[in-house]
Design a protein around this ligand. Structure first.
Ligand SMILES: Cc1cc2nc3c(=O)[nH]c(=O)nc-3n(C[C@H](O)[C@H](O)[C@H](O)COP(=O)(O)OP(=O)(O)OC[C@H]3O[C@@H](n4cnc5c(N)ncnc54)[C@H](O)[C@@H]3O)c2cc1C
Length: 404
């Protein structure tokens, strides 16, 4: 039997381990803190269309392909485990001022050019669908983009992986070469470059809140709500028992402490969009390290004859779980997927080999100013509400519209 070692037990590693075990591989997954990384912290939006923006065609193409794989993946995982995953069917991006409303039209036009129809709503259209939103909301963009409960996903993946025979070992891997397996999948999230330093993957800190509904409080929105408030992006993701409010975004190394400023801004911005939030119970504030890449696309592909990278998913790791698992399974079979060609790590490694760009240069965002906000939470200048927060110059504190 072919043996596979999976390094990292976040959503990516668990999904790969589960699918590979079902495909006949003998799988061992190593992680000293299984399911404690970014995947546990995340919001769970699956919203690649709402954040489309001219010039980001490859990110849109990858995200749309990733979204298309979710229904089949979720059906299969829920069939194995009995755990439902979806918490919303739609995403509504709202505009609080004229400039944001213009951005919504830009997004709609851009993604329509790629065959994805989003609906522009006026003030009345927004209120009809989400009456609990602030009266200052003047327009909206509605997309059939769902959201999942990330913690339900992790729980289900663990269960499915164990049912399929995956062995879990709690050791930290320090040397991929020492692993006793035919093939290795590197899925160590933001820490992946510690094991393969040539990979331009860096931690991008994100803080996020979990608020619980209380008796008498207005019900949570039925959809994912995304907005920009005072130049900072914000999202509200419904949960069975409340709302997830996200998320800040900083370049802060591997720091995962929750800051007072981050919590303060998230609450204030959430209240500006959904005033009833003040009646909710403050249940949790947490932070995680997104595995960021220089071009906001992940790194999925062979690093050598033995090791496959499945990392660098940045703000879109939940979205990309099914597509990444399918791509890795194809690679293990000596095949590849057309949709993940843009994610081939060779786009960075080749440049390094050719000498035109060093690995250090590829990792330059490590030393860049915090993306989207200063470390003390001072808002930067405005940018499009959809914006991918890692885009240089965007000036966003949060995941802005960007997924997670
Ligand atoms: C605040 C926040 C909100 C987000 N919201 C969204 C969202 O709404 N939608 C979306 O699509 N994405 C979102 N994301 C991004 C998403 O969470 C990540 O892209 C995704 O979780 C990455 O999954 P992963 O399995 O690669 O990494 P992780 O979940 O971080 O898992 C990596 C694992 O590797 C392990 N590991 C590390 N080093 C080693 C080693 N040497 N040996 C063994 N194991 C090791 C760690 O212990 C960890 O368990 C969000 C992220 C954050 C932080």
């Amino acid at each position: 039997m072919r043996t596979l070692a999976v390094v990292g037990g976040g959503a990516i590693g668990l999904a790969v381990a589960w699918r590979a075990a079902e495909a006949g591989w003998s799988v061992t997954l190593s992680d000293p803190e299984i399911a404690a990384g970014a995947s546990w912290v995340a919001g769970g939006m699956l919203a690649p269309l709402s954040e489309g923006w001219p010039g980001e065609e490859r990110v849109l193409g990858f995200g749309a392909a990733a979204l298309a794989r979710w229904p089949g993946f979720a059906e299969r995982l829920t069939a194995r485990t009995g755990i439902p995953l979806f918490v919303a069917d739609q995403t509504l991006t709202v505009a609080l001022d004229q400039a944001d409303a213009a951005d919504l039209r830009t997004i709609a036009d851009f993604v329509a050019g790629y065959g994805h129809e989003l609906r522009l709503l006026d003030r009345a259209g927004v209120r009809e669908r989400e009456p609990g939103l602030a009266r200052t909301v003047r327009a909206g963009l509605l997309a059939d983009e769902p959201a999942i409960d990330n913690r339900a996903l992790i729980t289900a993946l663990r269960a499915a992986a164990e049912m399929a025979g995956v062995r879990v070992d709690a050791d930290r891997v320090d040397d991929l070469a020492a692993l006793d397996a035919d093939r290795v999948v590197l899925a160590a999230g933001a820490a992946s470059a510690r094991l393969r330093p040539e990979l331009p993957v860096r931690p991008v800190k994100g803080e996020i809140l979990r608020l619980r509904h209380r008796p008498g409080a207005a019900p949570a929105p039925g959809r994912v709500i995304r907005a920009r408030v005072h130049g900072r992006a914000l999202y509200l993701v419904p949960r069975g028992d409340g709302i997830v409010v996200g998320a800040t975004q900083y370049e802060a190394g591997f720091d995962t402490a929750v800051t007072v400023g981050g919590v303060r801004d998230l609450i204030a911005d959430a209240e500006a969009v959904f005033p009833a939030i003040a009646e909710y119970e403050f249940a949790e504030a947490s932070a995680g390290s997104r595995p960021g890449s220089p071009d906001n696309l992940p790194l999925i592909g062979a690093l050598d004859d033995r090791v496959i990278a499945a990392t660098g998913h940045g703000r879109n790791g939940m979205l990309a779980v099914p597509l990444t698992a399918d791509a890795v399974l194809a690679l293990l079979d000596g095949d590849s997927l057309l949709e993940t060609e843009v994610a081939d790590p060779g786009r960075f490694l080749a440049r390094t080999t050719a000498g035109s760009t060093s690995a250090a240069a590829d990792r330059s965002p490590r030393t860049r100013e915090p993306v989207g906000a200063t470390a003390d939470g001072t808002p930067h200048t405005r940018g499009p509400v959809h914006a991918a927060a890692d885009r240089p110059g965007d000036g966003f504190r949060t995941d802005t519209g960007g997924i997670g």
